[in-house]
Every structure is written in C-alpha cells, then in structure tokens.
Ligand binder design. Sequence first.
Ligand SMILES: NC(=O)c1ccc[n+]([C@@H]2O[C@H](COP(=O)([O-])OP(=O)(O)OC[C@H]3O[C@@H](n4cnc5c(N)ncnc54)[C@H](OP(=O)(O)O)[C@@H]3O)[C@@H](O)[C@H]2O)c1
Length: 267
Amino acid sequence: MGRSFLEGILNAGVLTKAEVLLFGNSKNAGLRQEGYNVAHSEREVLQKSKLVLLAFKPLQFAAVLEKLRGIDRENPDLIVISMAAGIKMDTIRKQLGDVRYARIMPNTPVVINRGMITIAIDQSGKKITPAESRELFQLLEILGTVVEIDETEMDTAIPLHGSMPAYLYSFARAFINNALKHGLDEEKAKTLVTEAIIGSACMLKNSNRPIDQLIADVCSKGGTTLAGLEVLQNNGFEGIIDAACDACIRRSKELSNFFVPLQKFIK
Ligand SMILES: NC(=O)c1ccc[n+]([C@@H]2O[C@H](COP(=O)([O-])OP(=O)(O)OC[C@H]3O[C@@H](n4cnc5c(N)ncnc54)[C@H](OP(=O)(O)O)[C@@H]3O)[C@@H](O)[C@H]2O)c1
C-alpha cells in the first residue's frame, strides 16, 4: 500500500524522487537500486521530513513507535499520517509526542488512482493548518476519492471501502465459478461480471433513485432475477454481510487493543 501511494504521487509529477525519503525495512537495498533516497533508520525519516506516511502493518507499530519516541523534540512541525487499521492517533502521540497527526484508510484501487480514502485529521493536539489540510487533500485526491470522517468512525468505515475490494472480488468469483460450472468460457464470464459490477456501481453512484428502487427495477414479477434474489434472501444474504462487516470492525478494534500488551512486552 505504501508503494502504491508513492508511485501514484510520483507518477502524477507532484513530487520527484529527490523530494522523498524512504525507509523500507528489508526492501531498502532494492529501493536504493531504484534510485530512491533511503534513510538509515525510521527515525531519520521523521527527523528530516515535513510529512511522513506510516505504512507498516498494525502489529509492527509497537516496535516501530518505540524507535520514534520523542521525535517532537527533533521535528516539532512534522505531520505524521498513519494508514494502519485500528491504530489510534492518540496511541501514536503517546510515543511520538506533540507533532501533528492524521489517519487515513485507503483501499487497493489507489494503484489505479481509483481508490477510496477516508481521512481523520487530529483535532485534539497541535493543529494541521487549513492550508496544509488543503494540500494534503490535493495529494490524496491524486489516488482517488477522499472523504473526511471523524476518527471514531474509522472502524465502521473499514468494511465499506478498505476491505471492500476483497469482499467484492469474492462476490464476483462466486458468479464466475457458477458460469464455469455451466460451461461458459472464463474470460467471457469475467467480462460479463466485471462490466455488470462497473455499470451497476455507476448507477448506484449517479442515479437519484433509492437503492430499493434500483433493485426493484431489475426484478420483473416471476422473472429470473427475482428467482435468484429470493434464494439470497432466504439464505440470509444480508445477515451474512452484516456479520462480515461486524467481524471486520471488531478486528479493527482488537488491533487497537492489541497494541497495549505488545508495547508492554517490548518495554
Ligand atoms: N492492504 C490493504 O488493502 C490495506 C487497506 C487499508 C489500509 N492498509 C494498511 O496499510 C498498511 C500496510 O498494509 P499492506 O497490506 O501494504 O502490508 P504489507 O504489504 O505487509 O506492507 C507493509 C510494509 O511495511 C514494511 N515495514 C515493516 N517494518 C517496517 C519499518 N520498521 N519501517 C518501514 N517499513 C517497514 C514491510 O517491510 P518488510 O517486509 O521488510 O517487513 C512491508 O513492506 C497496514 O497498516 C494496513 O493496515 C492496507
């Protein structure tokens, strides 16, 4: 995800390679070969930057934040953006200190600049100025649609966009598998399913008809769609989606709680 951000922003020409400093853990040697400036440590990145994107896994946070403790004394004007599921800005602040914070949740279509990114800007500590906030939005908008939310809404938002690609691909795969079972060529099945999803998503986005009406529009009485929809309804389709979203949200909350024991363990 970090690489997608980097490439999306560099490809748009907003920043040059020379303006970016990276630390990529085991990927440092490869990054140097690609001509990137690579720091000697995570701390060096935060010492020398105006804006830092933390793009490692939530379970790696405790160990990395420990190395960045008290960075506010070395770079008080820093803006730190985390994309980690579940890790609260307050948790990061406890280690890094009084710098400025924002939290984002992207999804994988940022790779093709069609991502959906939510952003929560910290309101409790030192503030990101309106001008900086505009610049930040402009940067993120290169990668897709940006919606500002409150940090308290982050967990709830994850299944709706961060995790959605995986859910939607699973949904699509089930349809493709059914077509294969009935002898349709895989490539054709994929085209049919993909184009139907894109078209329907555009309708959902642009039509002012309520969602129930859009569903009803496809369902002729006694027709094919209704026959299938009844099977979905009778087998708890919406209940399954509801449970999947709840599990996703629960996991995000667990990740934020997990940070505490892990942090104790490291100390
Ligand atoms: N994947 C998604 O769809 C998605 C969506 C929304 C948000 N996110 C968030 O994005 C973050 C990255 O997820 P991902 O799926 O891209 O994971 P990933 O492919 O495992 O990438 C994580 C990267 O972090 C690097 N890393 C580990 N320790 C580091 C350190 N100390 N300093 C610098 N880099 C370090 C890892 O390098 P090594 O391999 O060398 O350890 C790895 O390249 C996570 O916080 C996740 O919650 C992901």
